[in-house]
Unconditional design. Sequence first.
Length: 257
Amino acid sequence: MRKPVIAGNWKMHVRAQEATELVRQLRAACETDAVEVVVCPPSTSLATAHEALRGSSIGLGAQNVHWEPQGAFTGEISAPMLVEAGCRYVIIGHSERRQHFGETDATVRKRLGAALTHHLTPIVCIGETLAEREANQTWAVLERQLGAVFTDCAGWDCGGLILAYEPVWAIGTGRNATPEQAQDAHQFIRQWVAKRCGAAAAHVIRLLYGGSVSAGNAAGLLQQPDVDGALVGGASLKADAFTAIVRAAADTTAVKT
Ligand code: 13P
């Protein structure tokens, strides 16, 4: 049984002062042994969130990481810096970074290497655009992205990665993938991982769905056999909505065992 992960990607929202309050509300409502709960604030709110999370089971993650430990890379943050700020997770290769900031499969792989070296659990995002889906290229795009992620992975604990399938057309649009679409993609991804890394890694790797996950649609998505959690954007900014998604994940553990 894979422990579900519900991660909130706060994106460029929630300033430090607001982070304290949001974390306080989440601590009151979402602490549960049944689900791995993670929040990923923007960089300037990491320290405050870390302080507010002291003693909590809720984990802290960042939204990006550079591949070098230090250097002349204006605007970037390194893995040792994130560890120092209290992070245990990091989102890598989010489609907004691929779309707006020139992130490529190659840079995603380099960032992933840094995360693994410094023992940050990576949440690596993959997923196709609407044009790619409509051109029946979904599987080809996922294969390409997965191939880049798992380049030179011989020394890794592949099952320790977290992959997030985030179809770009579902992000911030209110148009989530149907549970069947999510399951199809997740099954494809798990089978791909089985071929590349072996059945044992494929059995334990957690595959999150992301894209317009809400309190209303979470249960249907999370009940799918290969959907092991969610990477939540907009709904993670509201404690009640995020809590409802965490509860939906906790409820599925009973069904899936
Ligand atoms: P929304 O939940 O706002 O669609 O965002 C999803 C996402 O990009 C999470 O990383």
